[in-house]
Write a protein that binds this ligand. Structure first.
Ligand code: NAP
Length: 287
């Protein structure tokens, strides 16, 4: 009898726009693995049943996306240090009947920053726009990677303050402050930071606009956007016009997926195959 296919999936709500099924299916196909990766739309009140179902049905694991990354933690048997520090899980592995949680988002961003820009956070002053789930994983990784200073700016100031306190309390990182997201604050901080990172949903279609003083960007800035639809956001376009160096969000998406894939399969992710597939799909969606 042939060996049963190992099943993976992504749990989210809504899930139709997720690029994870395309990304992982391409990787599975390219490597000729006996795996299957499927999208699952899971309502918040069904999350526990869905997670326990992974184990009951013999799944190898799953990705976890909006809005479940934090709530999922209560259903897992083990959570690795990174995910524990971040307070969110985006990858589940089922290992000998145990549900294990990981978070690969911060790794994905830092790997993209290093590989595509040749930059590391150590010693850098960073302006982080946003204080949501993605910002949390970035902030923790930037702090652990010894950023010199992190300034969090967020539309809802209390959320920015909570994230700053999180870095202080959980990892003893005190070179962090939080400010409201407005033109005056951006103007003040742009002049003194090395790296600007947008981790808000501004830049996505219908995601609103920034009161951003683009003219203050310069060739000394590295400007990163974790939004990947569109591939080149307004922020990146304007930053390029100011001759800043820019990092789009696609690399983070691929690298967080790459680590998850290795956690499940033990195999190296075929990055270039996946990059080509995602670039084509995103161009198609944009057309
Ligand atoms: P989230 O938890 O919902 O947080 C959203 C953030 O965006 C909050 O800081 C929110 O501010 C801010 N925001 C939303 N609309 C805004 C507006 N009109 N003006 C100013 N700020 C606004 O979402 P998330 O999970 O962190 O995801 C954020 C973005 O990152 C999404 O576009 C997502 O697709 C992208 N992402 C990319 C990757 C990747 O691999 N490249 C991975 C994860 C996420 P408030 O606190 O004031 O609401």
């Amino acid at each position: 009898m042939s060996e049963l296919r190992k099943v993976l999936g992504v749990l989210g709500y809504p899930i139709t726009h997720s690029l994870s099924p395309l990304m992982h299916s391409r990787a599975i196909h390219a490597l000729g693995l006996n795996y299957l990766y499927l999208p699952f739309e899971v309502l918040p009140d069904q999350l526990g049943s869905a997670v326990y179902g992974l184990r009951a049905l013999g799944f190898r694991g799953a990705s976890v996306t909006i809005p479940h990354k934090e709530q999922v933690m209560q259903y897992l048997d083990e959570i690795d240090d990174d995910a524990q520090l971040i307070g969110a899980v985006n990858t589940i592995r089922v290992e000998e009947g145990k549900l294990q949680g990981f978070n690969t988002d911060g790794y994905g961003f830092l790997t993209s920053l290093k590989e595509e820009m040749g930059e590391i956070p150590e010693g850098k002053r960073i302006l982080l726009l946003g204080a949501g789930g993605a910002a949390r994983s970035l902030a923790v990784h930037l702090a652990l990677a010894k950023a010199k200073e992190i300034t969090i700016v967020n539309r809802t100031p209390s959320r920015g303050e909570q994230l700053a306190s999180h870095l202080q309390d959980r990892i003893g990182f005190f070179s962090v402050s939080s400010r409201p997201l407005n033109h005056a604050v951006l103007k003040e901080y742009l002049l003194r930071v090395d790296i600007v990172i947008n981790s808000t949903s501004v830049g996505m279609k219908g995601g609103g606009e920034f009161p951003f003083p683009y003219h203050l960007l310069s060739p000394d800035h590295v400007v990163c956007d974790i939004v990947y639809t569109p591939l080149e956001t307004e922020l990146l376009k304007r930053a390029k016009e100011q001759h800043a160096r820019v990092l789009p969000g696609l690399g983070m998406l691929i690298n967080q997926g790459s680590l998850a894939f290795e956690i499940w399969t033990g195999k190296k992710f075929p990055v270039e195959v996946v990059r080509d597939a995602l670039t084509a799909e995103l161009a198609h969606r944009q057309a």
